[in-house]
Design a protein around this ligand. Structure first.
Ligand SMILES: Nc1ncnc2c1ncn2[C@@H]1O[C@H](COP(=O)(O)OP(=O)(O)OP(=O)(O)O)[C@@H](O)[C@H]1O
Length: 448
């Protein structure tokens, strides 16, 4: 005989409470109900539940009090909050307080089913370590990120990850997914800076236009799983409105269609840009940011975790050698010291590139400083015009300036492993400007 999972439903509205209880029973779940906070606390003490669903407004307190009570006394019990339609604030506060998800009134079976299933998986399973993904490092900062990722994996709340290029934002997003109840569902990612801005909407939501073949979007592909949107500030304002609706109503419509599809997607976004500046300049909607940034994760630059550089470098080198099936070389002490002192504008991604190059250059299974080919420290800013003793260029000024610009762009792309977002940052221009300059200077090949 299998034991039915139990759910506690807390709501003072009898009709709604009974409706939820009946729906749960139809899903094969035993449901107890409580009409206020006191009742709920009493039942929690006496029984063991796999899920608690609570209304936000209760006669003797509110749903957030219950979320906090459960997190404090019944850690591991997923609790979801029922909020009134359109009350974004409540949903966000509930997630911040530790609710694993929320439901919006009127409650539909389509909404309830995936939530209950996720909760049941959550209370049954231990976080899995099935993936080969690892966040390397032992510094206090990395350890803190590791515990935060574990916590975030137990929630359905949107997460916003901040950090410079190459700091592991995409890695953190995937780790959250792989440790969550969604691990067997798809993890889909989109780097908005790697695609045409105009194409983002159709990519995310799909497209159903006459004369074109119907396309499904990434939201559809990620259904049941996680959608990771990197460089989210690149999303145009019109598409931002649609994204806001997708989060609020958990519904999306394909471009050119009016049919709504209900989706169950956990959203993780990231940016290496200054979000506050994007909002101040009217390029990013504040209300959308508020919904995306329910929980924030900040990835440290590699120089902030300099003590971890030797460990990260050794592990990455080992991983790469195993993949190539070659003997793992060791670093000589000067090489390790040079790595620990280098500033890594491209962070771990740049370290990976440096190691890849060192692997091909090194001899006798030893990596020396010269194999690392670390860029020389920047000289004082130069216009390049001092190249000639008389201070004049040999060629016409426009050509001369173009040459300097080309060289600077090539250097930046090389330094960042051909990552345009990172290169733009290094050059102090926007991604769009860099893309424009690349095509103008005849440099735009497939550099992403
Ligand atoms: N702490 C870490 N441990 C192991 N690998 C890491 C770590 N941080 C980053 N990496 C690796 O460095 C590379 C770059 O990381 P990732 O793509 O996650 O960075 P990102 O911040 O999303 O970069 P971008 O902003 O350029 O997209 C990846 O191969 C990732 O696995």
């Amino acid at each position: 005989m299998t034991i039915k999972p139990s759910c506690l439903v807390v709501d003072d509205e009898t009709d709604l409470r009974e409706l939820i209880v009946l729906t749960l029973q139809r899903m094969g779940i035993h449901a107890d109900s409580a009409s206020d906070l006191d009742d709920a606390k009493y039942l929690l003490k006496r029984n063991s539940y796999a899920l608690c669903l609570t209304d936000m407004r209760l006669p003797d307190g509110n749903g957030l009090d219950l979320v906090r009570h459960i997190n404090q006394h019944y850690a591991g019990l997923p609790v979801a909050v029922i909020t009134a339609y359109g009350s974004a604030d409540n949903a966000v506060s509930a997630l911040k307080a530790g609710a694993f998800d929320y439901l919006t009134k009127p409650i539909s079976l389509q909404q309830l089913r995936p939530l209950v299933q996720a909760a049941l998986r959550l209370s049954k399973s231990e976080p899995s370590n099935s993936s080969e993904l690892t966040l390397l490092g032992n510094s206090a900062k990395i350890q803190h990120i590791r515990t935060t990722i574990e916590k975030l994996s137990r929630s359905q709340a949107p997460v916003h990850i901040k950090g410079a290029v190459g700091t592991g934002k995409a890695l953190a997003a995937e780790l959250i997914h792989m440790n969550s109840t969604r691990e067997h569902a798809p993890f889909i990612s989109l780097n908005c800076s790697a695609v045409d801005t105009d194409a983002i909407e159709a990519l995310l939501f799909g497209c159903k236009k006459e004369s074109e073949q119907e396309k499904t979007g990434l939201f559809h592909e990620a259904n049941g799983g996680t959608l990771f949107i990197d460089e989210v500030t690149e999303i145009p304002l019109v598409t931002q409105v649609k994204l806001l609706r997708a989060i609020q109503d958990k519904k999306i419509t394909k471009l050119g269609s009016s049919d709504e599809d209900t989706i169950d997607v956990r959203l993780i976004t990231a940016t290496s840009q200054n979000m506050q500046a994007a909002m101040d300049n009217g390029l990013f909607r504040q209300d959308l940011y508020y919904r995306l940034n329910v929980i924030e994760l900040i990835m440290p630059a590699l120089t902030e975790i300099a003590e971890d550089i030797p460990l990260i470098a050794s592990h990455l080198l080992e991983k790469r050698c195993k993949a190539l099936n070659v003997i793992i070389p060791s670093f000589d002490s000067q090489a390790l010291q040079a790595l620990s002192q280098y500033k890594f504008p491209g962070n771990v991604r740049e370290l990976e590139n440096i190691l890849e190059r060192a692997l091909t250059l090194c001899t006798h299974n030893k990596i020396s400083v010269s194999d690392l080919s670390l860029p020389k420290p920047e000289k004082s800013k130069s216009t390049g015009l001092e190249a000639n003793p008389d201070g004049l260029p040999d060629i016409a000024l426009p050509d001369y300036l173009e040459t300097i610009e080309k060289q600077a762009i090539i250097n930046a792309l090389e330094k960042t492993g051909q990552n345009k977002t990172a290169a733009a940052k290094l050059l102090g221009v926007s991604f769009r400007t860099l893309r424009y300059r690349l095509s103008k200077l005849g440099l735009s090949k497939d550099q992403d």
